[in-house]
Design a protein around this ligand. Structure first.
Ligand code: GL4
Length: 826
């Protein structure tokens, strides 16, 4: 029993004095320096480990409680996590934040100066990776026993810089100064095989069990990051795998004959697996190394899950009762075949029994509707890289298609559509199909998304197995995106609601609603926004040199650059505003600052050119003496979680303008609305649910809905007809074509114009008029500050639903069927 085991002496105290004593002791004994000679990084690392120690203490108690309860665990498999900075979060969660300032003053340092060393681990691209981080936060907060598994990329998402307005990518060497938040666990390393051959098992006449001899093996070394819950003692972990060469990789023979570089070839090849995050979001570059990464994550994690299961359990009958694995999109879907391989080939279970366990264990979240984001892998590549897994895919598909044929006798068309193997010149494995076939539950991430999945992309599957399909609308953690990002607003909310209970019960924000008409409260609300905008204005001036007016309407579009998200539409609006001011400089206009933030995948040339155009437009607008009186355009480089936390609290207007039916959910839309920004948006993704909750009067709706967009495309969409029919649109497009933003050179941005007039894949031109008119009603509303503030308050008050705590509760009830385990106080 755990009770009988010796426990470490508690080394961390919970008073200011003990905290300060620990800090100084860590500075001496951990960092090996003194107060007099400590550098900035010394101060940061010392503070970090002092806070960390408080979490370690909780983590030890969490592990003991989990060991004693032997509960059902959620294992979240995700190729991406965008955790954001850790220091301030962990100060808040350990309730030590309040000591830092007095101690820092005592020691003569500034906490803000230390925070610059708190590097955010950019182990993801965008919404999908940040969602994983929000869900992990909420799981810990709700005391759900959970482990996240991921890859410890040596280089995370690239750093974006601008040179002559063009995006230039730089490597993100995030661990350069060391990462105080992770613990290496080399004893839990795992071996992973690739390539090689398979042979029959003579004892299995059905040939379902075979033996795989890999041609290459790589070690996976784990380290873990602590994931504390807020207002509870639970600390879960995210276990990240890093690839290392296996011991045999060092080629002594070559070294011995002087081929030093060749001797380490295998080491380099092995370690490349976790070298860098693929910087694509919603587009899949089907490269061999990416598939290797995916299998590497899956193979290490499954072995670790089995190791953990066996600490308290034996036999396989109970496996799926203790283990539930959530597949975050298709990236980890090879786990289905890997678990089958482990159970059948290595542990000797029969195929049917193994399949029953496997299917009960897995669930799959789909995060997209874009066909190009639905992963498929060439059969040939799989046969070479993972020969045994390809055989297992064939066997799974064989049994699955038998089921399909039974359900639809004689319908070979449905068999072809549903098959895990896509036939054609190059046969490919459809990972989404494998995921659905291998899972108990499949979910979309917003109501519309789930409806479209079941109605289109995965329609045949939803017909065959309607009970598998669920909706779990995304959410965001109010701790990071309200409490930490927006301390001023949080304070005001707490003051109004009486206590901080809203931080873990976000629906309590409804209590603000009745105060929306109280003039004093409105004034206080406005003051907070003004304060946040002044802070952002100062930061923007420092980073871009552009002065912005904190009293101007702050219009924000922050997200990855993607055609379907339609930054080009926003830009057409900006150019239209510019043209209007130039045409009639005497008129009055609502002053606006348009802030863009976001990266484009390095190979996504159309979007990189659009980024260049945004910067070019900013250059023209901001230096035009007349236009810049009313309009400024800013584009701070390298948008990430840290910058989101600065920008979101200052936003007045949130741009959510994707073509209806394309954005699965969006989560930036929730963060902005929660911080009192009003949304201008289409009926897409979670916008619909935001509007349902905040009320149509408090939301600026424009554009086609999904059926209208589908109908227009079917009828043969011609962007040129929209261009020709609308004077302002024509002028905006022509302004780009004329070379106005390229010092008269008409060629530079010609591809943008051609894309708009030629195909306009996401029908920005069709929605232009509705969008620009809607922006006019936004400007109109802005001129009535009382009305605007009321709408802003109601947005915050009614967005409690979008807490990721609610999301996690829904996963627990509908899909995971897990119960919380309370961790006792020290
Ligand atoms: C995404 C969706 O594009 C986005 O709408 C959604 O909010 C997010 C989390 O569910 O997942 N899918 C991919 S791929 N990247 C995303 O951000």
């Amino acid at each position: 029993m755990t009770e009988a085991r010796p426990r470490p002496r508690r080394t961390v105290g919970d008073s200011l004095e003990e905290f300060e004593r620990d800090l100084i002791s860590n500075l001496y004994y951990q960092r090996g320096t003194t107060i007099e000679s400590a550098s900035g990084p010394d101060g940061y690392h010392t503070l970090a480990v002092t806070v960390r120690d408080r979490l370690v203490d909780r983590y030890a108690r969490t592990a003991a409680a989990h060991y004693a309860a032997n509960p059902r665990f959620v294992y979240y498999l995700s190729a991406e996590y965008l955790l954001g900075r850790q220091l301030r979060q962990n100060l808040l969660y350990t309730d030590t934040e309040r000591w830092v300032r007095p101690i820092a003053e005592d020691l003569g340092v500034s906490p803000e100066a230390l925070e610059v060393y708190d590097v955010e681990p950019g182990l993801g691209n965008g919404g999908l990776g940040r969602l994983a981080a929000c869900l992990m936060d909420s799981m810990a907060t709700l005391d759900i026993p959970a482990v996240g598994y991921g890859i410890r990329y040596e280089f995370g998402i690239f750093k974006q810089t601008f040179r002559d307005g063009k995006q230039v990518e730089r490597p993100d060497d995030w661990t350069f100064y060391g990462n105080p938040w992770e613990f290496p666990a080399p004893d839990d390393r795992q071996l992973v095989g690739f390539y090689g051959t398979t042979v029959a098992d003579p004892k299995d006449p059905e040939n379902l069990r075979r033996k795989w001899t890999p041609g290459e093996t790589v070690r996976g070394e784990p380290s873990h990051m602590l994931v504390p819950g807020y207002g509870t003692q639970t600390v879960n972990i995210i276990r990240l795998w890093q690839a290392r060469a296996s011991r045999e990789s060092f080629d002594l023979a070559r070294f011995g004959v002087g081929q030093y570089v060749e001797a380490v070839d295998d080491i380099v090849r092995a370690e490349n697996i976790s070298k860098v995050l693929y910087p694509d979001d919603s587009t899949e570059p089907g490269r061999e190394l990416r598939l290797k990464q995916q299998y590497f994550l899956v193979a290490c994690s499954l072995r670790d899950i089995i190791r953990r299961y066996r600490l308290r359990n034996s036999g396989w009958e109970g496996f799926a009762d203790k283990v539930v694995i959530q597949l975050n999109d298709t990236h980890p879907v090879m786990a289905v075949t890997e678990l089958m391989r482990l159970l059948v080939d290595e542990h000797g279970l029969g195929w049917d029994e193994a399949w029953g366990i496997t299917r009960r264990t897995f669930n799959y979240t789909c995060h997209t509707l874009l066909p190009e984001a639905l992963e498929t892998w060439p059969v040939q590549l799989l046969e070479r890289l993972l020969p045994r897994h390809m055989e297992i895919v064939y066997a799974i598909n064989h049994f699955f298609l038998e089921e399909v044929r039974q359900a639809y006798p004689g319908d070979e068309d449905v068999v072809r559509r549903m098959s895990i193997i896509q036939e054609g010149d190059e046969r490919r494995v459809r990972m989404a199909h494998l995921a659905v076939v291998g899972s108990t539950a499949v979910n979309g991430v917003a109501e519309l998304h789930t409806k479209l999945l079941a109605g289109t992309t995965l329609h045949d599957f939803a017909q065959l197995w309607p009970e598998r399909f669920h909706n779990v609308t995304n959410g965001v953690t109010p701790r990071r995106f309200l409490r930490m990002a927006n301390p001023a607003l949080s304070e005001l909310i707490t003051e109004m609601l009486g206590d901080e209970g809203w931080l873990t019960d976000l629906e309590r924000l409804h209590g603000l609603g009745p105060h929306a008409d109280d003039p004093a409260f409105r004034a206080a609300w406005r003051d907070v926004k003004r304060h946040n905008k002044a802070g952002l204005a100062a930061a923007v001036e420092r980073s871009t040199g552009v002065l912005i007016d904190p009293d101007a309407l702050c219009d924000v579009m922050i997200k990855r650059f993607h055609e379907y998200k339609r930054q080009q539409l926003k830009l057409l609006h900006v150019i239209t505003m510019m043209n209007r001011i130039r045409a009639d400089p005497q008129a009055t206009y609502v002053p606006r600052t348009v802030l863009f933030g976001g990266k484009a995948a390095p190979g996504y040339h159309a979007m990189k050119l659009l980024i260049e155009l945004v910067n070019a437009v900013a250059g023209v607008v901001n230096t035009d003496p007349v236009v810049s009186r009313y309009l400024r355009v800013v584009f701070p480089a390298d948008y990430n979680v840290t910058k989101a936390q600065f920008i979101i609290p200052a936003a007045d207007l949130s741009e959510q303008i994707s073509l209806a039916g394309k954005e699965a959910s969006g989560t930036g839309n929730m963060k902005l609305a929660l911080n009192g920004a009003l949304t201008i948006g289409t009926l897409d993704g979670a916008n619909i649910e935001i509007r349902d909750r905040v009320g149509a009067d408090n939301f600026f709706l424009f554009g086609m809905d999904t059926p209208a967009a589908t109908a227009l495309r079917r009828s043969g969409y011609s962007p040129r007809s929209f261009y020709e029919a609308d004077f302002e649109l024509r002028l905006a497009v022509d302004t780009i074509a004329s070379g106005t933003f390229a010092k008269g050179d008409r060629d530079v941005f010609a591809p943008v114009v051609d894309a708009m007039l030629g195909r306009d894949e996401y029908m920005a031109l069709a929605d232009y008029r509705s969008y620009v008119d809607c922006q006019d009603t936004v400007a109109e509303a802005w001129t009535d500050p009382d009305r605007w503030t009321r709408m802003s308050i109601l947005n915050t008050a009614r967005c409690g639903f979008f807490s990721s705590d609610r999301t996690v509760r829904e996963y627990c009830e509908q899909i995971w069927k897990v119960d919380p385990v309370r961790v006792g106080e020290a």
